[in-house]
Write a protein that binds this ligand. Structure first.
Ligand SMILES: Nc1nc2c(c(=O)[nH]1)N[C@H]1C(S)=C(S)[C@@H](COP(=O)(O)OP(=O)(O)OC[C@H]3O[C@@H](n4cnc5c(=O)[nH]c(N)nc54)[C@H](O)[C@@H]3O)O[C@H]1N2
Ligand SMILES: Nc1nc2c(c(=O)[nH]1)N[C@H]1C(S)=C(S)[C@@H](COP(=O)(O)OP(=O)(O)OC[C@H]3O[C@@H](n4cnc5c(=O)[nH]c(N)nc54)[C@H](O)[C@@H]3O)O[C@H]1N2
Ligand SMILES: [Mo]
Length: 764
């Protein structure tokens, strides 16, 4: 969280808030020239769309010129196009899933604004689940509890420091990721929490291809990506065969223990899941698997999995296996043990601050029932009418004619971007609200300029962060930028729906309204002052009752009175319901299923390196990639690719060389960075380098900046969740020879002179 400071001449700059002992530098250079230079300044229309009509020359998306148009005309054009599409094709031809993070601030939260707007005009096709934990959010309610409920009740760090002895972290606890919380973190607590645990003698084991996934002292067990389920099955094999499993816990709190045992011992498929079996799959030596299992069976053990473990082919199985393992150890519901599925993903996970549902703008209700699993956007656009499985049901993809996005960047977040370019050509019209000329903005038909958090008043709040902040506007919006609220207000006015959208309130009146609503909803939990007093104070501490949080504490104390919401009320190590779906890619219990791509697959003959694309340390996804802080992490302007020296030397690659990263789906350039702290055979490119194809007109051109999503697979984790599998990806890397193409990701698009465009335009 930042604060505004002014120099003697009154010039503002952003500094970290003093109350934070470990502040994040991301975001402090939002006022820099580099950032401001890429602002969208005026409503901008793709020239061919404006001159020739909706749907014209869609292959020019990304390279066409833009024409800037005054707001009154822009509102009319957008309203007219929405009316056309709704009248001709119905509201279920509008995709408003509009996935993404957007800025901090509860009122100007772009996702709430766009969904409220689309509901006000009759509804839209939504996207379900998330890229973050799509597989987890579909499987966890079947076996334990909904993902959000679990994340909210992670045993807090203080309790862990007091009780935990052994912390086994699959995917580590990377501090770089705990810079964030959706809504905005306040005090960055995780570094201190880990220090405190170490001071109390807690042992950390980092099971990950990357040593730095735990900063500071930890044992490192390098593992092949995507193979964790095999390792966990072998740990279970040791626990079961050495009688270290807690049978009482299994019979009182779980269903399916017998099925697990039969599978682990090889009675179901003839393959005993021994440490030797797992060692061949995972690369972890058998003796270390045996030692770890014994340590886990004899210590107060917390088992944690990062979200990356399920952002994979068959990602559901990893989470099911984690819960199965923790159930066999039998410490779920106790203060020092159990499982976590998110320590080290966000600052808020493991917080002991109060859980409160924050101020929010109602989104209204959506009369359109059709949805898509969020990561299936390209399938939906490419194959309207095709049927898909999802969580036990069968559904049909809608026929999308118009895509509306605010607060997300699909050319950042989606997989197999070359395929996505083809999908993006299907809709007749694409409307984007953006602050910056990102790749998604450049590839839209209509780009409406959004103001930034520094240009509007808002309320900063995130559950379990212990604070509420009056985010006071620093300056007027740049050029013609407007808040998403004012943009939607203008469009609804032209459509005769303004009342439905604004309910007659201004943005400032809404702030007070959502604050007072929040205050009243939570009076029993916390005493808060009236809105004016809050706004005057600038920052409220939301007092913590200092009560430890222990996941599943009540369930453990009395499972009959406090059953889980699963069909049996218990932890389901075997799920009759999932088994009844009959999915070959998601059977009824945690099962080792080979990922589509991994180091054990035959495809390694052509593409021998496993590429991981983790969260970036210097930005939030693609946000502020153009900032000096993010750019200083690049090498010669390109995103680094981390390689083990063995893999680099074998390919004649030295530190700092520009390399071509490729597979059958595409290729990108990146700068080699060598590190022995990465398992050989694995490569890493952080996500978020702005997509920068050599030629937008092609669907296989070289990406110049280091965006890993040109090579990732766009396939579902399984029929159960249809979630993204960004982490299951094989590539090869070679030294780039030839003339290096310049990075153009941070160039503005081309603009047509306004008069020429308009004089020829039949529409204006
Ligand atoms: N290969 C690979 N791909 C991944 C992942 C991975 O691990 N590997 N991770 C996935 C995950 S977990 C996620 S969550 C996604 C993230 O994907 P996104 O959430 O789409 O990424 P962001 O870069 O945060 O995009 C937010 C956009 O909103 C804009 N914005 C910010 N504030 C406002 C506002 O107030 N109004 C408007 N109109 N716009 C605003 C920003 O400028 C930015 O372009 O990426 C996914 N993609
Ligand atoms: N600074 C910063 N922080 C962020 C974000 C950001 O953009 N920037 N994004 C936020 C968001 S939206 C999300 S969803 C979370 C994501 O949180 P996560 O999904 O947990 O984060 P990742 O960085 O993708 O993965 C963590 C680590 O898992 C390891 N790993 C990858 N695959 C495997 C595997 O198969 N097995 C094992 N054992 N380890 C593996 C990688 O080495 C990686 O460093 O992060 C949040 N935090
Ligand atoms: Mo995410």
């Amino acid at each position: 969280m930042h604060r505004i400071s002014r120099d003697a001449a009154g010039k503002p700059s952003l500094i970290a808030w003093e109350g934070d002992g470990n502040p994040s530098p991301i975001g402090l250079d939002q006022l820099s020239e580099e950032v401001q230079a890429l602002r969208v300044r005026r409503p901008s229309f793709r020239e061919s769309w404006l001159r020739e009509g909706a749907g014209a020359r869609r292959e020019r998306r990304g390279s066409d010129r833009f024409v800037e148009v005054p707001w009154d005309e822009a509102f009319e054009l957008v309203a007219g196009e929405l009316n056309r599409v709704i009248t001709t094709h119905g509201n279920n031809s509008i995709f408003g899933g509009s996935y993404g993070w957007g800025s901090a601030g509860r009122f100007h939260h772009a996702q709430s604004q766009i969904h409220r707007f689309l509901n006000a005009i009759g509804g839209y096709v939504k996207g379900r689940d998330s890229y973050s934990f799509g597989a987890g959010s579909v499987i966890m309610p079947h076996i334990a509890a909904p993902m959000e409920e679990l994340l909210d009740q992670h045993t807090d760090w203080n309790t862990l420091a007091a009780h935990n002895e052994l912390f086994v972290a699959f995917g580590g606890i990377p501090l770089r990721n705990t810079q964030m919380t959706a809504g905005g973190p306040s005090r960055h607590r995780v570094r201190e929490a880990l220090d405190q645990m170490r001071a109390r003698g807690v042992r950390f084991v980092n099971i990950s291809p990357l040593k730095q996934d735990i900063d500071g002292a930890a044992e490192w067990l390098p593992i092949r990506p995507g193979s964790d389920v095999a390792l966990i099955l072998a740990l279970l094999h040791v626990l079961i065969s050495e009688n270290l499993d807690d049978r009482k816990f299994l019979s009182r709190y779980c269903v399916g223990g017998e099925q697990v045992k039969r599978y682990v011992l090889g009675e179901k498929d003839g393959q005993s899941k021994t440490p030797e079996w797992a060692s061949a799959i995972t690369g972890v030596p058998a003796h270390r698997i045996i030692e770890l299992a014994r340590d886990m069976g004899r210590s107060l053990t917390m088992i944690n999995a990062s979200w990356s473990l399920q952002r994979q082919s068959h990602g559901e199985q990893a989470y099911w296996a984690i819960v199965t393992l923790a159930s066999h150890i039998g410490q779920i519901g106790q203060p020092g043990g159990g499982f976590g599925i998110g320590y080290g993903t966000l600052n808020s996970v493991g917080s002991s601050e109060l859980r409160l549902s924050g101020p929010r703008l109602s989104q209204g209700s959506n009369p359109v029932e059709q949805f898509i699993p969020v990561a299936r956007i390209a399938d939906a656009l490419l194959e309207p009418g095709a049927r898909f499985d999802y969580d036990g049901g069968t559904y049909e993809y809608p026929d999308i004619r118009l895509v509306y996005w605010a607060g997300g960047n699909p050319y950042h977040h989606h997989q197999d971007l070359n395929r996505f370019i083809s999908a993006w050509r299907k809709p007749e019209t694409i409307i984007v609200h953006e602050q910056f000329w990102t790749s998604s903005a450049k590839a839209a038909d209509i780009v409406l300029p959004a103001s930034t958090t520094l240009e509007r008043n808002d309320i900063g709040f995130a559950s379990r962060e212990g604070q509420m902040v009056a985010m006071r506007k620093l300056q007027e919006p740049l050029a013609d930028a407007k808040s998403d609220f004012d943009i939607f207000g203008g469009i609804t006015r032209c459509m005769g729906k303004e009342g439905e959208f604004t309910e007659g309130r201004t943005a400032e009146e809404w702030l007070e309204n959502i604050y007072e609503d929040f205050r009243q909803r939570n009076t029993t939990l916390v005493a808060l002052p009236g809105f004016c007093e809050f706004w005057e104070a600038g920052r409220l501490e939301i007092q913590t009752p200092n009560k430890p949080t222990i996941m599943f504490e009540r369930f453990r104390a009395d499972p009959e009175r406090h059953p889980l919401k699963t069909p049996s009320g218990r932890i389901e190590l075997y799920s009759e319901r999932i088994a009844s779906f009959g999915y070959d890619d998601c059977p009824g219990q945690a099962t080792w299923l080979e990922p589509l791509e991994w180091l054990g697959s035959q495809k390694t003959a052509r593409f021998p390196l496993h590429l991981l694309s983790q969260e970036p340390s210097r930005r939030l996804h693609s946000q502020l990639d153009h900032s000096p802080h993010s750019r200083s992490g690049k090498v010669m302007g390109r995103e680094p690719i981390l390689l083990n020296p063995k893999d680099a030397i074998a390919r004649g690659i030295a530190d700092g060389d520009v390399v071509r990263v490729f597979n059958d789906r595409g290729a990108c350039l990146a700068s080699a960075q060598l590190s022995g702290d990465l398992l050989d055979g694995v490569a890493i490119i952080a996500t978020g380098a702005w997509f920068d194809p050599t030629d937008w007109a092609l669907t296989n051109s070289l990406e110049k900046h280091g965006n890993p999503n040109v090579v990732t697979i766009d396939a579902p984790a399984s029929k159960l969740s249809q979630a993204t599998v960004a982490q299951s990806c094989l590539v090869d890397v070679e030294l780039f020879v030839g003339e290096l193409p310049a990075v153009t990701a941070f160039d503005l698009p081309k603009f047509a002179a306004e008069d020429t465009a308009r004089s020829k335009s039949p529409r204006v």
